[in-house]
Design a binder for this molecule. Structure first.
Ligand code: 6PG
Length: 249
């Protein structure tokens, strides 16, 4: 497994480049006869990649009916709540490209079939992942303190070995969420951590500098075949010089 860092001049270029990278990966997997599985992320950078992809003519190179879509985490709020990662992803891309509804695997909403039972909703998502192979591409945003998905430093989720967990009292609102755990994130062939801005520079430097995953969950976000850190210059500003596109470890 290799870890690569790719630094982009601006957040907009990061989003456009990551969108192009995703299109290429999906097209290559489909050309090989595969139905690729992709895990989407919430957050401004992750949704921005989807919006950028929708703006790209290359979007139509993907057969969107043959893509399995999952989420790394979800805010446990009503389905129509604008805070929902699913709703933001649909608004940015999914509802405009003809995905197969049967291949869109959203995490339950708080007004869904499990009501306000977030543990039951998390358990149900675990079942949705059962008997699946690992994911082909798993995208993650990064929090300023190093969280990925809804796995926060020294939180119950970072110690949990189950596949999918309920998260309560999340430091980032809204407080109740569903999240993949790090062991599940690590089943992905490729993990892409996408982030921009000065506020993330410390977490980026710690994650790539050898921090442990309990204190810095992003440090545990590695793929079985490849780990990509896709950054803008500001988020990379505390990295040692020259650490770009270099395999690390
Ligand atoms: C969420 C996200 C979360 C997000 C990071 C980065 O549901 O909030 O999954 O993990 O990706 O907090 O968010 P920004 O890209 O907005 O900084």
């Amino acid at each position: 497994m290799s870890t690569e860092v790719v630094i982009h001049a601006t957040p907009a270029l990061l989003r456009a480049s990551a969108a192009a990278r995703l299109v290429t990966r999906l097209v290559d997997l489909q050309a090989a006869g595969r139905v690729p599985s992709v895990v989407l992320t919430g957050g401004g950078t992750g949704i921005g990649v989807l919006a950028s992809l929708y703006q790209s003519p290359a979007r139509d190179a993907v057969d969107w009916r043959r893509v399995e879509l999952f989420w790394g985490d979800e805010r446990f709020v009503p389905a129509a709540d604008p805070q929902r990662n699913e709703k933001q992803a649909r608004d940015a891309l999914l509802d405009h490209v003809g995905v197969d509804p049967a291949r869109v695997h959203a995490m339950a909403a708080s007004d869904g079939e499990f009501g306000d039972d977030v543990d039951a909703a998390a358990a149900a998502y675990t079942r949705a992942l059962t008997d699946r192979g690992g994911f082909d591409v798993l995208m993650l945003g990064l929090g300023p303190e190093g969280h990925v998905a809804s796995v926060f430093p020294d939180s119950p989720a970072v110690y949990d070995t189950r596949a999918v967990v309920a998260v309560r009292n999340c430091p980032k609102p809204p407080p109740t969420r569903i999240s993949l755990t790090l062991p599940t994130i690590r089943t992905a062939a490729e993990v892409w951590v996408l982030t921009d801005g000065e506020s993330k520079a410390g977490a980026v430097a710690m994650a790539l500098g050898g921090a442990g995953e309990v204190a810095l969950p992003a440090a545990g976000a590695v793929g079985t075949a490849r780990t990509l850190w896709l950054l803008d210059r500001a988020a990379a500003s505390q990295l040692p010089p020259g650490l770009s596109r270099m395999p690390i470890g």
